[in-house]
Design a protein around this ligand. Structure first.
Ligand SMILES: [Zn+2]
Length: 422
């Protein structure tokens, strides 16, 4: 029973190939219609077909169903942010000025900054404070058109604290107007009170199993880089996650090429993220494995990295490219969908249409949101697919990096992106 229909929309079905030129990735239907049945999209296609189905009684309208004349406005799936660290406490804004003055990562850590400082602040913070901060950040992302947000743990650095943070991520999501997908980031930093080998073992055995069995995490992640965790350590932790039924992700090749992308492919990760230093072998391995590339150009910009990851090699190899904000307390504090779309174009070389695809379909694939649930692995109820986003302004050529998001009035329509293809 149709509860909502949108008529005469410029409908971006996102069924085009991401590498296609121009507006190809959007696969636009110029006079399109959408019919929503509760939480499901019952129809997405040419408007005249929608009208015919309603006239023939194949689609029946609920009493009181809402009909919107989009008058040529662009309708897209909601944005998905597949990479954030937005549940935290503490203030590391001073590090930005330090970094601009030329301070290195280790110098910042020596003056009491870095990930460990967030671990200490987050451990000390109350549940209420952490949830409220996360909800405020989620609300700001939602205002920019984001309807699904992945949130990583990683600032607990003990079994109890990591499980606590995963619970709080879920709690923050329950009060938010977007879906929240929690990820266990066990190998983020070595706990100050523990030996690194002991921590890797704890993450790979107890923590990952607990998080999966309690249904607290949809995915697992690890920070693979020089100065973080080795490929062997990350493999051990993520293979445990895959065995437990979690979707695996990997922070790969951000600072150095440690063959992180190839490792992500071998493990069967849904996504490899960052990829600033990934070489041709890593790209090819990801293509063979079907691993999505999550590029984080805002982080590269924030850190003044002169070599942000480029989309072209991945697109040429057939690797889907997603964009993520990497919102976190230290190395990326910028918020906004317009900014991310623009950064994807300016720093990573995507076209505006490819960037829009990256923030919707690409990001959804990175989170493995279309995977069927496994009854033996209970998961939190975050599976509702991306919502539709109706942009109430006629889209002009190339305006999706400038006017498409915050400067337009928009509202969100619940429904399934995936079923829009049927
Ligand atoms: Zn990250």
């Amino acid at each position: 029973m149709i509860s909502l229909s949108i008529r005469h929309a410029r409908l971006a079905t996102m069924e085009g190939a991401q590498a296609a030129p121009g507006d190809g990735p959007l696969a636009l239907i110029e006079d399109g219609g959408v019919a929503v049945d509760g939480e499901r999209i019952a129809f997405a296609g040419p408007d005249h077909e929608l009208a015919e189905k309603i006239a023939r009684g194949e689609l029946r309208r609920d009493r009181g169903a809402l009909e919107i004349d989009a008058a040529g406005a662009l309708v897209t799936p909601g944005f998905v942010d597949p990479h954030t660290h937005l549940l935290f406490a503490g203030d590391r804004s001073a590090e930005f000025a330090q970094r601009l003055s030329g301070a290195t990562y280790s110098e910042i850590a020596q003056t009491g900054g870095g990930i460990i400082s967030t671990v200490q602040s987050t451990r000390a913070a109350s549940d209420e404070h952490l949830v409220e901060g996360a909800r405020q950040r989620l609300a700001r992302l939602t205002r920019g058109g984001v309807t699904t947000v992945e949130v990583k743990s990683g600032y607990g650095a003990s079994i109890e604290q990591e499980l606590r943070l995963l619970r709080l991520i879920r709690q923050a999501g329950q009060g938010a107007s977007c879906d929240v997908v929690p990820t266990l980031l066990g190998l983020h930093t070595v706990p100050p009170e523990m030996d690194r080998h002991a921590w890797v073992k704890v993450v790979s055995t107890e923590l990952t199993t607990e998080a999966a069995q309690q249904g607290l995490a949809h995915g697992c992640d690890a920070f693979c880089d020089k100065g973080a965790f080795t490929t062997d350590e990350c493999r051990t932790a993520l293979e445990a996650g895959v065995r437990a039924g979690l979707a695996a992700h990997l922070h790969a090749d951000q600072l150095t090429n440690t063959a992180g992308a190839a490792l992500a492919a071998v493990i069967g990760c849904s996504s490899a993220d960052h990829l600033e230093r990934t070489g041709a072998a890593g790209v090819e391995a990801m293509a063979r494995a079907g691993t999505t590339a999550v590029l984080l150009p805002l982080a590269a910009w924030f850190l003044r990295d002169s070599k942000p990851a480029q989309a072209a090699p991945f697109l040429a190899a057939g690797v889907p490219v997603a964009l993520g904000s990497n919102l976190n307390p230290g190395s990326q504090r910028m918020e906004g969908s317009s900014l991310l779309l623009a950064a994807g174009c300016l720093f990573s070389g995507l076209s505006p249409a490819q960037a829009l695809w990256a923030c919707t379909v690409g990001a959804s694939r990175a989170l493995h949101m279309d995977a069927p649930p496994r009854p033996d692995h209970p998961r939190p109820p975050h599976r509702s697919p991306p919502q539709l986003r109706l942009t109430v302004r006629e889209r002009r050529q190339n305006d999706c990096t400038t006017e498409h998001t915050e400067s337009t009035e928009s509202f969100l329509v619940p429904g399934s992106c995936a079923s829009a293809r049927s």
